[in-house]
Design a protein around this ligand. Structure first.
Ligand SMILES: [Zn+2]
Length: 392
């Protein structure tokens, strides 16, 4: 969310007890245990909880008993009470992720640990207006949610720059341009909503669950109808001053180049997006979809191979700028175009090596591990992270 501090909220209860009182200490300790249960492994033994939080085993036993009575955790017998495993209960609440694209909407229901339990994807008209699209998303959330657990929060991704929750999408999302996405979504869903650029959500998911896992910095480049990037530095999403960092698609590669939908010339997107690629090969190939173009390339069709190679070289040029500027540990290529795999990445690495400094020329360029689900999974992770839990 632009301009909003990204600090992880504590899961402590909303008690009004004075600081230092017995009640406030208990509440803070409950929050520490809940925070551990919401991150990383799905379940923990009581002994592990004591080790991780630094609390006494007897204190952990009491906290687990209270959290269990409040319906927030489930326990499963193990060897002795301290060996019993504890996990966050689904009854504690669920979250939803919503991912809108140029011509699709995907919805997922997830647990507070960010684990997806149900999801669905539907096509949309490319001119879809927000009112209809939000109504469809609301229906999908309702259909996918189990009866016994409430959806506490939703995170929603859109392929557009977002500043102060206003969607700036004249190109890719004409039916949403200028709308206050968060206010509209909160009206539709009836719960708090986080609004985020879709490439940022993809970056979050790849960083925590995909190719970026185990690294501290990664840049995710989403190539579909448009081109955008999400930047994770020191394990945190980087938004920039006004929330729109990562608009890599509009990096100028040639000021005399082809006109871009942003009004500029020679932007990376005007060489690398799927729409550009299909327009470029329209005279030589009958392909009207990316998959038809990829099939032609795989059967050795020279014009398809050349178009992908050109797109890859330009992508590599853009990646070189990213590597020179940010020195991320890994560059991840996602979005529909990632289906091109090595047909695109081989020339992208050549472009990267040609334009990057020696120190960063070998930065790994990898295909997204999460595919077209990356932004959706990132939405579930974000909503889970931002959900506050209360024992009261
Ligand atoms: Zn542009």
């Amino acid at each position: 969310m632009p301009g909003k501090p990204r600090t992880r909220r504590s899961a402590t209860s909303g008690t009004s007890a004075s600081p230092g009182s017995h009640a406030s200490l208990r509440s803070a300790n409950q929050g520490r245990v809940l925070d551990v249960l919401r991150s990383g492994e799905l379940s923990h033994t009581q002994a592990e909880l004591a080790r991780t939080t630094g609390l006494a085993p007897a204190t952990i036993s009491n906290i687990v008993r209270d959290l269990s009575a409040a319906g927030l955790v489930d326990t499963q017998a193990g060897s002795g009470r301290r060996g019993s495993s504890v996990r966050l209960s689904r009854g504690a609440g669920l979250v939803a992720g919503v991912d809108f694209g140029h011509s699709h909407v995907a919805v997922a229901i997830g647990t507070l640990t960010g684990e997806v339990i149900a999801e669905e994807r539907r096509p949309l008209e490319s001119t879809h207006a927000y009112a209809d699209s939000l109504a469809l998303a609301t229906t999908l959330i309702g259909d996918l949610s189990p009866d016994h657990a409430p959806v506490l929060r939703v995170a929603m991704g859109l392929p557009a720059p977002i500043t102060d929750n206003i969607i700036r999408g004249p190109g890719i999302l004409p039916g949403w341009n200028g709308a206050d996405g968060r206010a509209l979504a909160e009206d539709a869903f009836g719960v708090p909503v986080d609004l985020e650029n879709d490439a940022n959500l993809g970056a979050l998911a790849e960083h925590h669950k995909g190719v970026g896992r185990g690294h501290r910095s990664s840049v995710f480049v989403k190539i579909s109808s448009g081109v955008g990037a999400g930047i994770v530095l020191d394990d945190r999403l980087f938004h920039g001053a006004w929330g729109t960092a990562g608009e890599l698609g509009h990096l100028t590669l040639d000021e005399n180049g082809p006109v871009c939908r942003c009004g500029g010339r020679g932007c990376l997107e005007a060489y690398t997006s799927i729409d550009t690629l299909l327009a470029r090969t329209a005279g030589q190939l009958p392909a009207t979809t990316l998959d038809e173009l990829l099939a032609a390339a795989r059967s050795g069709e020279a014009s398809a191979l050349r178009a992908l190679e050109d797109a890859g070289l330009h992508l590599g040029w853009g990646l070189a700028g990213v590597a020179n500027l940010l020195n991320p540990e890994v560059l991840v290529i996602g979005g529909d175009m990632a289906r091109a795999g090595e047909l695109l990445l081989e020339s992208a690495r050549i472009g990267l090596r040609r334009h990057a400094l020696d120190t960063v020329a070998q930065t790994p360029v990898r295909v997204s591990a999460l595919g077209h689900r990356a932004s959706l999974l990132g939405a579930v992770l974000l909503a889970a992270e931002h959900t506050e839990l209360s024992v009261d």
